[in-house]
Design a protein around this ligand. Structure first.
Ligand SMILES: Nc1ncnc2c1ncn2[C@@H]1O[C@H](COP(=O)(O)OP(=O)(O)O)[C@@H](O)[C@H]1O
Ligand SMILES: [Mg+2]
Length: 245
C-alpha cells in the first residue's frame, strides 16, 4: 500500500479575493506525527477541512489513503478522525453519551460500541468522570473528550486542529502525551498548532506555512541545519514573523 496517508498536490483554496491556501504540496506518511505550523490565518484549518473532504479545493488535488477528496470522502471518512478547532461536544450529555452518539454515527453498535467507548475513555483518562455531564468538565477534560471522540471509530489518521489552544499548562502537557500515545499505537497524526513547543515535543516532521504558502518542510533538525538556526522559535521568527520588517 501507498506509504502516503495524505498527499496534497498544488492545492489552492480561494475565498473570493482571499487566497487561504496557495499551491500547497506535501505528503504525510504512515505512522508519523506531522505538524502544520503557522500563525493565525495561515491556512491551517482550511487545509485540514480540505483533507477531511469538508471543503473542495479551488485547484489542485487532495488524496487521503489514495482516495481523492472530496469526491471519495464517504469512503475515506471512516479512516479519518477529526478534532475540530471549535468544540462541538454536547454539553447536556455525559462524556460517555457523547462518545456513544458519535460511535453510532460511524456504525458501531452493541458490545463493540461499549468496548470502544470504554477503551477510548481509558486512553484519555476520563473513565471516572464518564457519567458526568460534559458541560461540567474543565477545559482540559473537554478537549480530551474531543480527542476520544475523534478516535472512537478507530481511525488510522487522526487530525487535531489546534488541540492545545486555550488550555492551561498541565492540560497542554496531557494532550501532548496523548498525541505521542496515539502515534505509539500505530496511528498517523496530523496536528495544527501555532505553539512551537507542541511541535518540538510531539512532531516527527513539520511544515511551516504562512499566508497559505509552504515555507519550510522537514524534521526540526533538518530545518535547523538548512536555515542555520538553532531552535524552532528562532526559525519561526526568521521565516514568519521576520517578514516585512
Ligand atoms: N469560510 C471562509 N470564508 C472566507 N474566508 C475564509 C473562510 N475560512 C477561512 N477564511 C480565510 O482564509 C484564511 C485562512 O484561514 P484559516 O484556514 O482559518 O487559518 P488558520 O487555521 O491557520 O488560522 C484567513 O484569511 C481566513 O480569514
Ligand atoms: Mg485554524
Amino acid at each position: 500500500m501507498d506509504e502516503a496517508v495524505v498527499r496534497l498536490e498544488e492545492v489552492t483554496k480561494r475565498f473570493g479575493p482571499v487566497v487561504a491556501v496557495d499551491r500547497l504540496s506535501l505528503e504525510i506518511v504512515r505512522g508519523e506525527v506531522f505538524g502544520l505550523l503557522g500563525p493565525n490565518g495561515a491556512g491551517k484549518t482550511t487545509t485540514v477541512r480540505m483533507i477531511c473532504g469538508l471543503l473542495k479545493p479551488t485547484s489542485g488535488k487532495v488524496f487521503v489513503f489514495g482516495y481523492e477528496m472530496p469526491k471519495d470522502a464517504l469512503r475515506a471518512r471512516r479512516h479519518i478522525g477529526l478534532l475540530p478547532q471549535e468544540s462541538d461536544i454536547y454539553e447536556m450529555l455525559t462524556g460517555r453519551e457523547n462518545l456513544e452518539y458519535f460511535g453510532r454515527l460511524y456504525g458501531l453498535e452493541g458490545e463493540e460500541l461499549q468496548r470502544r467507548v470504554d477503551e477510548v475513555l481509558k486512553l484519555v483518562g476520563l473513565s471516572e468522570r464518564a457519567d458526568d455531564r460534559a458541560g461540567e468538565y474543565s477545559g482540559g477534560m473537554k478537549r480530551r473528550l474531543m480527542v476520544a471522540r475523534a478516535i472512537v471509530h478507530d481511525p488510522e489518521l487522526v487530525i487535531l486542529d489546534e488541540p492545545t489552544m486555550g488550555l492551561d499548562v498541565f492540560a497542554v502537557r496531557r494532550i501532548r502525551r496523548l498525541i505521542r500515545r496515539l502515534a505509539e499505537g500505530g496511528r498517523t497524526v496530523l496536528l495544527t498548532t501555532n505553539d512551537l513547543e507542541d511541535a518540538e515535543r510531539t512532531c516527527d516532521r513539520v511544515a511551516i506555512i504562512d499566508r497559505g504558502r509552504l515555507i519550510a518542510l522537514g524534521t526540526i533538525r533538518e530545518l535547523e541545519e538548512k536555515f542555520e538556526e538553532r531552535g524552532l522559535e528562532e526559525l519561526f521568527i526568521r521565516l514568519v514573523e521576520g517578514e516585512g520588517e
